[in-house]
Design a protein around this ligand. Structure first.
Ligand SMILES: Cc1ncc(COP(=O)(O)O)c(C=O)c1O
Length: 360
């Protein structure tokens, strides 16, 4: 699945790997050997790793539907080249989003010629709505939080015969989120190809929303280094720590999100069903962070390293810095002068107005 995703996505127009950038001053300051930051701000025109998942899942789903409709074999390439425009035009895909996933689904629908309706909860910014609409999608606002918008998308899909392209999974709904996660592994595979040391990363800090990204990266990195797995640390906002809470309880826990974090992409209260077994098995530590360090870190990366890092992009770095600053926590996480840390800077200025407000 991962190889097929990589081969397909590498054929998208304008696709190229994003850089893996050393944060040498931060590593020095934390007293560790290296911090490497995979900079997804320059991932296609969508400026986030999410552009790899949703659009790829749209392509896979259309391929399946075209094959069912024609009774003939259909390839992903056929979908990319819009070889069945009439069939595509008769299909509408839908998804819930707090910004980036919906934008990816809308981009895919636009490219491959199908309709698209994106559900957004009431507190998602106007900037993120406009970014989705730029690809011709219809945005449907939903009362409540992200998890309410996930349920609304599934319900409206049932009512209207639309196809759900969700980045999170629930009982009986697994195949599409699996394609989404296969798309994400393009990011981690690139990072490992670009890794500049002979020895692997000792730690990987991964920000968690529904857990899809963390699980995809864990599986990808595990499959590469069966003998020496890095230590995986998941970082979530205090207000949406469903992965942390599930790990503590030993069973899946949901959080009813009442306060929105500035890290909009991580504001998910329910764990993706297919991500959980991987996270449960692979992740060593779970940290939660508040919003206060996010703006200053975005500003620091902009000024010191000319990196455009969005709100959710710096969550892993914020977790690393908080842990390194606390000697007891640093010891418990095994952070030492020989640590080589891999971070995923998962988005750029995906809402330029929010970015400017936080950085200026
Ligand atoms: C920028 C960004 N980073 C990280 C994540 C977390 O991904 P996941 O929900 O798969 O855990 C998201 C989710 O939307 C995101 O938009």
């Amino acid at each position: 699945m991962r190889r097929r995703a990589a081969a397909t996505i590498s054929g998208w127009p304008g696709h190229r790997p994003t850089p893996l950038r050393p944060l040498a001053r931060i590593a020095d300051e934390l007293g560790i050997a290296a911090v490497l930051y995979k900079d997804e701000s320059v991932r296609s025109e969508l400026s986030s790793f999410k552009s790899l998942g949703g659009a790829y899942a749209v392509q896979c789903l259309l391929r399946e539907r075209f094959e069912e409709a024609t009774g003939d074999p259909v390839t992903l390439e056929d979908v990319a080249r819009v070889r069945h425009p009439d069939l595509a035009a008769g299909i509408t895909v839908t998804a819930a989003t707090d910004g980036n996933h919906g934008r990816s689904v809308a981009w895919g629908a636009h490219r491959f010629g199908c309709g698209c309706v994106i559900h957004m909860h009431e507190r998602v910014s106007i900037g993120r709505q406009t970014a989705v609409e730029a690809f011709g999608a219809t945005v449907c606002r939903v009362p409540g939080n992200y998890d309410d918008s996930v349920r609304a998308a599934a319900r409206d899909a049932d009512l209207n015969g639309w196809l759900v392209v969700s980045d999170t999974s629930w009982p009986g709904y697994e195949d599409v989120p699996r394609s989404v996660m296969a798309g994400y592994t393009v990011m981690s595979s690139e990072a490992m190809d670009q890794w500049p040391f002979d020895a692997s990363p000792t730690h990987v800090f991964l920000q968690g929303g529904c857990g899809g990204m963390a699980a995809a990266v864990c599986v990808d990195l595990w499959s590469r280094s069966r003998t020496t797995s890095p230590r995986f640390v998941v970082v979530e906002p205090d207000s949406a720590a469903c992965l942390h809470d599930s790990a503590v309880a030993g069973v899946l826990q949901a959080v009813d999100i009442t306060t929105e974090t500035v890290m909009a992409g991580l504001s998910c209260g329910e764990v993706s069903l297919i991500a959980w077994p991987v996270i449960d098995a692979a992740v060593d530590d779970f940290l939660t962070i508040g919003d206060e360090s996010i703006g200053p870190l975005m500003r620091r990366l902009a000024r010191e390293s000319s990196i455009v890092a969005g709100e959710s992009a710096v969550a892993g770095l914020a977790g690393l810095m908080a842990a390194a600053a606390d000697p007891d926590l640093a010891r418990r996480l095994g952070l030492s002068p020989s640590s080589r840390v891999l971070l995923f800077g998962t988005e750029g200025a995906t809402d330029p107005e929010v970015y400017r407000r936080l950085v200026d």
